[in-house]
Ligand binder design. Sequence first.
Ligand code: PLP
Length: 411
Amino acid sequence: MKKNSINDIALFGGTPLFSEPLHVGRPNIGDRGRLLERMSDILDRRWLTNGGPYVEELENRIRILLGVKHCVAMCNATIALEIAIRALNLEGEVIIPSYTFIATAHALQWQEITPVFCDIDPATHNIDPTKIENLITPRTTGIMGVHVWGRACNIDALTTITKNNNLKLMFDAAHAFGCTHQGQMIGGFGDAEVFSFHATKFFNSFEGGAVTTDNDDLAKRIRGMRNFGFTGMDKVSHVGTNGKMSEISAAMGLTSLESMDEFIEANYKNYLSYSQHLSKIPGIRLIPFNPNERNNYQYVVMEIDRNAYGIDRDTLVKILHAENILARRYFYPGCHQMEPYRSYFPNAGLVLPETEKLTQKVLQLPTGTSVGEEEVNCISEFIQFINLNAKTVRGKYSQQKEDFRQNVPRS
Ligand SMILES: Cc1ncc(COP(=O)(O)O)c(C=O)c1O
C-alpha cells in the first residue's frame, strides 16, 4: 500500500493504487486449450446450435452434479426465468424480494404479472418469510425466492407457505450454482430453479443459464417453450420463444465446469483474506457463509456502518473507483426504486424498511481468479487507511465538492 498521506488518494489527485481496473465479476477463464479444441470441433461439425451435443453434454453433467432430474440449458437466466414462469402458469401477482437483480422483477412484468415486493431479513439478505403472508391476495399465484449471494433463502418456510396457500414456488438461483442447502445441492428445490451462467458469474458460458427441476411434465413444457413451441418436425403445439443455448456457449460451460473447483478455491482464499483483514476495521462487516454448506464465494459482500467507519458507503465507492477498485453496490437502489416499479408502487419503500436500509450500506469487493493475495491485501489496507483518516478525508471531500460547485457555471 503506497499511500502515505491523504493527498495520495487518487480522488484527491494521487496516483491510483491499480493501473488497471479490478472488477467484482471479471470472467474466470478455464483451460483455454480445451475450449479452443471444443470450438474447433464445433466448427468442423457445423452444428452451431439447436440442441447440439455440447448442450446435451452440459445439461447431463449439470443434472448429475446437482442431483436433479432435468436441466434445460438456456441462452441466459432472464429468458430462463421467463420460460419457467410461463411453464408454471404463473399469473396475477408473484411475491419476490425487492433486494435482487432487476431481471427477477422484469421476467414477471414482461409477462404482465405483477411482482409484489417483500422485505428481507437483514441477517441473511434474503426474503423474509414472516412478511410474506400479509402480501398474499386472491391474485397471488406464486412465490419466487432468490438465493442472494448463493446463500439459500429460507426454503423450508417458503415451501410451507406455498403448500398452505396452494401457490407455486420457484427460485432465482442465479447466484447459487455449486451451493448447497442443508447439504443438498441447490437446483432441486421448489417447482423449478434458475441459474445464470453470465460472463460475470464465477461459472460462465459467456451468456447462459439453465432451469432445473424434478418435474417431468414441467421440464417437457420448458423444453418446448425454449424452442418456439415445437413438439415435432413442423409441429408447433403452444406459444414459445427462442431460449436456446448455442454450442459455443455450451463448450465454454463445459470448460468452466472442469475448472469449477479451482474457481471456488480462488474465491474462497480471497474471501478468507478479506475477512482476516477487514474484521479489524470498525464499521465494516463481511457477510459470513455457513461453513457447513457449500458456497461458490463469488461475492465478497460487506456492510458499512457509516458512523463507526467514519465514511458513508457512497463516498467510499467514489474513493475506491478512483483507485481503480471497481466495488459495486448491488442491488442499489432495490427493484422497487427502479422503473416501472417506482411509478407503479411509489410507496413500496414504506413496507420495505430493511431493503431500504441494506441498499444504503452494502458493497461488493473485487474477487475471482484475476484477483490474488496481493490485490486483496492492498484493497484491505486501503479501506483501513480511509478509516484511520476518516475525519480528514471527509473534510477534504466536502471541500472538493464545494470547490467544484463554485466553479461550475450556473445557468
Ligand atoms: C439474481 C439474478 N437474477 C437474474 C439474473 C439474470 O441473469 P442473466 O444475466 O443470465 O440473464 C442475474 C444476473 O446477474 C441475477 O443476479
